[in-house]
Design a protein around this ligand. Structure first.
Ligand SMILES: *Cc1c(COP(=O)(O)O)cnc(C)c1O
Ligand SMILES: [Zn+2]
Length: 423
């Protein structure tokens, strides 16, 4: 379907590779990136063409790395971009939007986008067994979409993951295995399995295709703004791929003339203080991140100590004039509650990180108060309820009478209104 893919290239040395299930350069272990023929694409993909297509991630299919029609995740994407005036007021800014991937289909996180591409590609490669290393959301999405595609699935996770995320994987019939270790240790084992058995591990040997799926979040943001770029985007970072792919999406739209205005969006990264390799790297001005050996945060979905795209994420943040910061567990909970109470959006801990970091960046004067800001909300709060459980009081219980209600709420119950007369 995309006749515009030319192959892959190494992001470090530029060496070219044909499309195959590999993710690193044999010369220098640099990550591989899908290469498109943008000249050939000029004029082929127009706003009009896109407008005729269904409102899901595949409306930008020419810019995704599949040969044929997508076979997995046909309904993924097309999430709302919401004008968030009440949150804006609370943060002291004027024009704020939320890109709400907490309601993505089918597993309520942005990972549905990357998995739809990776598993469609796995089918093209003729693979029948797939899997992933995951901090939770990826596990949910691989399990659900692989079940729908009839693929055999192995999912390896750190054993201390949230119960909800383990349930939300096992329910689809995937073989879920907890490993006594950090995400980075789990990932290492997955790399060995993928190499030895040739299975499709979405974030390992399928990573170049997987990561491209994230671009659709950027395409949608620009289209939903009326084919414009926002001035500032705040994005949570785990492996550091999403932030780079949103910007890549903007660059592609600009290159293809789908957005005319120059691209000057500043990108801001958000992490948890208990696992902040990329934001620390930006804040202290290092070129490369120092891995975090023992992540310790309630935001497990972002707890990757040695992020695969950490170097590129930090570089992008610097080059666009953005910044990065991180949020403590307490600030994460405050961020989750603020978003829920101003906009009616219950996001997972990663959403709390994004809101809390956005607030810091605004207070620091790094994001100007009168410019256009988009916050990327990437996962659903129903999956991480434990994080806010202690912050909420359980509801009071009263007798099932009007008088008990009035007494509880403090209304005067002694003044009895006469019943309206019957005609
Ligand atoms: C995976 C994930 C991210 C970050 O993705 P990367 O591309 O690995 O940086 C953000 N939010 C949530 C909820 C995630 O599950
Ligand atoms: Zn290389």
């Amino acid at each position: 379907m995309s006749h515009f893919v030319r192959g892959m290239f190494c992001r470090v040395c530029g060496k070219r590779y044909p499309i195959s299930p590999i993710n690193f350069c044999t010369e220098d272990f640099g990550p591989l990136e899908v290469d498109y023929d943008y000249d050939k694409l000029q004029g082929d993909l127009t706003r009009q063409t896109i407008a005729t297509r269904a409102w899901n991630m595949w409306r930008y299919r020419e810019l995704l790395p599949l040969e044929d029609e997508p076979r997995v995740g046909l309904a993924v994407g097309g999430t709302p971009l919401i004008r968030a005036d009440r949150l804006a007021e609370a943060l002291g800014v004027r024009r704020l939007w939320i890109k709400n991937d907490a309601v993505n289909y089918p597993t309520l996180s942005f990972k549905d986008r990357v998995v739809a591409v990776a598993l469609s590609k796995a089918r093209e490669f003729g693979m029948s067994t797939v899997g992933c290393a995951s901090t939770g959301n990826l596990a949910n999405s691989v399990a659900a979409q692989a079940a729908a595609a009839g693929l055999e699935t192995f999912i390896l996770v750190p054993a201390d993951l949230e119960r909800t995320k383990i349930f939300g994987t096992a329910v689809y019939g995937a073989k879920v295995i907890g490993l006594k270790g950090t995400y980075d240790e789990v990932n290492r084992v997955c790399t060995q399995i993928a190499l030895k058995y040739g299975w499709g591990f979405v974030n390992v040997n399928l990573r170049p295709f997987y990561a491209e799926g994230s671009k659709t979040m950027g395409f949608e943001i620009a289209e939903e703004l009326g084919w414009r770029f926002p001035q500032h985007v705040v994005c949570p970072m785990a492996g550091g791929a999403l932030i780079g792919k949103i910007y890549k999406a903007f660059r592609e739209l600009h290159l293809l003339g789908l957005v005319d205005a120059p691209l000057s969006t500043r990108m801001y990264g958000a992490q948890a203080s208990g696992c902040n390799p990329i934001s620390a790297c930006v804040k202290v001005g290092r070129e490369r991140h120092k891995p975090v050996k023992q992540p310790n945060t309630i935001c497990k979905s972002l707890a990757i100590g040695d992020p695969a795209d950490g170097y590129f994420a930090a570089k992008l943040i610097r080059e666009t004039g953005g910044w990065a910061d991180d949020a403590t567990d307490e600030e994460i909970v405050e961020g989750m509650l603020l978003l829920a109470r101003t906009e009616g959006i219950f996001a997972e801990t990663a959403g709390g990180v994004t809101v809390a970091v956005a607030r810091k960046l605004i207070e620091q004067g790094r994001i100007p108060r009168n410019e256009e800001i988009v916050l990327c909300i990437t996962g659903n709060g129903l999956k991480t309820q434990d994080a806010v459980f202690d912050a909420l009081e359980s509801p009071p219980v009263i007798a099932p009478t009007l008088a008990a209600f009035e007494e509880f709420v403090g209304l005067r119950s002694s003044v009895v209104q006469p019943a309206p007369a019957l005609a």
